[in-house]
Design a protein around this ligand. Structure first.
Ligand code: ADP
Ligand code: MG
Length: 547
C-alpha cells in the first residue's frame, strides 16, 4: 500500500500507514531510533542538508544554520524566509524538506509513498492550510486531503474502540504548542442509509508558544546553574560547547524522568566532567506553573461551549508522557482520561483517514483546498469492522470572516469588523450585506476583508496612528486577508447600495461587491501586502447605514 498519513509537527513529525490487517503502524526512524523525526533542518553546506536528530545537535553551536519551528510561519503573511549558501527558502520549502525526509524514510525500507493525508492544527486558517498542501506537493506527494490533528487523534482512538455518541476533549501538548479541542463524535445516517460516524469540532483553544520546549528550557537552566555551582563559574563563563552538551542532554533527561524517579546527567563543563542528578520531584517543582497554564487553557476552551459535558479526554502529543500531565488531567477529569501512543496517534489517525479516501471511489481526484471531507470504508480483514466503518468529517470554517466598514451611527464614528461568517460554520458559507459609500461622488471604496478567531458579531480592530486598520491584531487574532477595490462612477450618491458578499469554502475566501445601481461586479481581490498600495483613508470606506 502506498497510502500514508503524515503528522507534520512543530517539533516532531511522524509517518504512518495501515498494515496488512488494517491496523495503523508508524514507520520507524531507525537512524534516530525513534518513531518520529525531529522537524529540524540543518544547512551544513550547499551540498548537505540534514533533517532530524542530527540537525538538532547543531542548535547551540551552529544555530544560524539550523531552522526549527517552521510550522509557526507556514502560510503566514509577512512570512520570514531563510538564506543559506546564496539560496532563499520559504517556510513551505523548509516544510517540504521535512516531508521529503519522511518520504525517504519509507523508501529506505522498501516502500513507496504516493497518496498522503497531512494533518494541520484545527485553528489553522485557509492560507496555512493551502501552504501545507503546497509543501506536500513540493515534496512530490499527492495530497489527498488535510485533516485536523485532533480529529485524526480521535480517529486513531476510534480504531481501538468503537464508540457511541461522545464529546471528547483532546489535550495535545507537543514540543512547541499546546492545543485543546472539544470534538463531538456522533452516529448519523449517511446518504446510502448506513451508519456513519460524524466528527465535529466544537471549540479550539491553547497556545502556540507552550510546549515541551518550555520544560526543556527549565531543565536546561537548572542543569546549567548546577554546573556553575559545582565548578564555581557564572553562566557567562560557560562555553558554547558546554551549553550544546547540556542542550543535547536535557531532552533525554526529561524523557528518562517520565519513566524513572531521577536521572543523572554528565556534562563536560569547560573540559571538566560534572555529574548532576535531577529528581522527578525537582523537575515537577520547576515546571508546575506550566502544567497549571495548560489547565487554564482547558478551562477557557470549555467556557466556549457552556453546558457541554466531556465524556472522554484524549492525551495526545509527546509531552503527555510526563506523569505530571496525566496526574493533572486525571485530577480534573477523574476516570475519563485515555492515553495510547500519544506521539503517534495523530499520524495513525491520518493513515486511517487516507485509506478511507483511497478506497472511496474517486478519492484520487483533486480535493481542492484540502479540507477534511470524506466518507469511506476501511478494507483490511478482521480488524476493519471494529474500526469506524464509516464516518464523515463536516467541513467547518476554521476562522470567522468579514469586512471592515465605518459605523457612523456610533457616538464617535468608528471602523468596525462585521463578522459575516463565524468560526465553526458549515462550509460553504455565504453571507451578503448592503453598505453605502461615505460621501457623494466618492471615487472608490477599499473594502478590506479580515479573518479572526472571535465569534462576536462585530469587533473593533486595532488601528494605527492614521486610523488605518492594522494588518494583524493579536488581541482578537485579527488578520487582514486583502482588499477589494470598488470603483464608483462620477456622480455616485452616498446612498447607493453596494452589496457585499463573502463566500468561504475549502478553497478559500471569495469576496464580491456589486454596485446595485450600475450592476457592476467587483471581485478582484488583492491578497498580499505588496499588492495593496498604502494610500488609504476613511473616505475610501463603506458605511453601515444609509442616511
Ligand atoms: P509536535 O510538537 O511536533 O506535535 P510531539 O507531539 O511529538 O511533537 O511532541 C514532542 C515533544 O514531546 C517534545 O518536547 C519531546 O521532548 C516530548 N516528549 C517525547 N517523548 C517524551 C517523554 N517520554 N517524556 C517527556 N517528553 C517527551
Ligand atoms: Mg503534534
Amino acid at each position: 500500500m502506498s497510502t500514508y498519513g503524515i503528522d507534520l509537527g512543530t517539533t516532531y513529525s511522524c509517518i504512518a500507514r495501515l498494515d496488512a490487517n488494517g491496523n495503523p503502524e508508524v514507520i520507524r526512524n531507525n537512524e534516530d531510533d525513534s518513531n518520529t523525526v525531529a522537524s529540524v533542518v540543518f544547512f551544513e553546506n550547499e551540498n548537505n542538508v540534514v533533517v532530524g536528530q542530527a540537525a538538532k545537535e547543531n542548535i547551540e553551536t551552529d544555530g544560524d544554520r539550523v531552522v526549527q519551528f517552521v510550522k509557526r510561519y507556514i502560510g503566514k503573511r509577512d512570512t520570514r524566509t531563510y538564506e543559506f549558501d546564496g539560496k532563499t527558502y520559504t517556510p513551505v520549502e523548509i516544510s517540504a524538506l521535512i516531508l521529503t525526509r519522511l518520504k525517504n524514510l519509507v523508501e529506505s525500507q522498501g516502500g513507496t509513498v504516493e497518496d498522503v493525508v497531512i494533518t494541520v492544527p484545527a485553528y489553522f486558517g485557509l492560507e496555512e492550510r493551502s501552504a501545507t498542501k503546497q509543501a506536500g506537493e513540493l515534496a512530490g506527494l499527492n495530497v489527498l486531503s488535510l485533516i485536523n490533528e485532533p480529529t485524526a487523534a480521535a480517529l486513531s482512538y476510534c480504531a481501538r474502540q468503537f464508540q457511541e455518541d461522545r464529546t471528547v476533549l483532546v489535550y495535545d501538548l507537543g514540543g512547541g504548542t499546546f492545543d485543546v479541542t472539544v470534538i463531538k463524535m456522533s452516529m448519523a445516517q449517511s446518504a446510502d442509509g448506513n451508519d456513519a460516524q460524524k466528527i465535529n469540532v466544537l471549540a479550539t483553544g491553547g497556545d502556540d508558544r507552550l510546549g515541551g520546549k518550555d520544560w526543556d528550557d527549565r531543565l536546561f537552566e537548572f542543569i546549567l546553574n548546577a554546573c556553575c555551582t559545582e565548578n564555581g563559574l557564572t553562566p557567562e563563563e560557560i562555553e558554547a560547547e558546554t551549553r550544546q552538551d547540556i542542550r543535547s542532554k536535557v531532552e533525554e533527561a526529561k524523557r528518562k524522568l517520565s519513566k524513572k524517579q531521577s536521572s543523572k546527567v554528565r556534562i563536560d563543563v569547560n573540559g571538566s566532567r560534572t555529574e548532576i542528578t535531577v529528581t522527578r520531584k525537582d523537575f515537577e517543582q520547576l515546571t508546575a506553573d506550566k502544567v497549571a497554564q495548560t489547565m487554564s487553557f482547558v478551562d477557557s476552551t470549555l467556557q466556549k461551549v457552556p453546558g457541554v459535558e466531556i465524556d472522554t479526554v484524549l492525551l495526545v502529543g509527546g509531552s503527555t508522557y510526563m506523569p505530571m500531565i496525566k496526574e493533572a488531567v486525571e485530577a480534573k477529569f477523574p476516570g475519563k482520561v485515555q492515553q495510547h501512543d500519544p506521539d503517534q496517534a495523530v499520524a495513525k489517525g491520518a493513515a486511517i483517514y487516507a485509506s478511507m479516501l483511497v478506497i472511496e471511489e474517486g478519492a484520487g481526484s483533486e480535493n481542492q483546498g484540502g479540507e477534511t471531507s470524506g466518507e469511506g470504508e476501511i478494507s483490511g480483514e478482521n480488524k476493519a469492522e471494529q474500526l469506524t466503518a464509516k464516518f464523515t468529517v463536516e467541513d467547518q470554517t476554521p476562522r470567522s470572516f468579514g469586512p471592515g466598514v465605518m459605523d457612523m451611527k456610533a457616538a464617535k464614528p468608528k471602523y468596525v469588523l462585521e463578522n459575516f461568517i463565524k468560526i465553526g460554520e458549515k462550509m460553504p458559507a455565504i453571507f451578503t450585506k448592503t453598505y453605502y459609500p461615505m460621501e457623494d461622488n466618492q471615487e472608490r471604496v477599499r473594502l478590506r476583508a479580515f479573518e479572526n478567531m472571535s465569534t462576536d458579531d462585530a469587533l473593533i480592530p486595532s488601528v494605527d496612528e492614521d486610523g488605518n486598520p492594522q494588518a494583524t491584531d493579536p488581541a482578537h487574532n485579527v488578520k487582514l486577508l486583502g482588499e477589494l477595490i470598488v470603483n464608483l462612477p462620477p456622480g455616485t450618491s452616498r446612498n447607493t447600495p453596494i452589496k457585499v458578499t463573502f463566500k468561504v469554502d475549502a478553497s478559500g475566501v471569495h469576496v464580491e461587491a456589486v454596485n446595485t445601481t450600475t450592476n457592476e461586479v467587483f471581485e478582484t481581490f488583492l491578497r498580499t501586502e505588496s499588492d495593496i498600495d498604502v494610500e488609504n483613508s476613511a473616505v475610501h470606506q463603506l458605511r453601515i447605514s444609509s442616511d
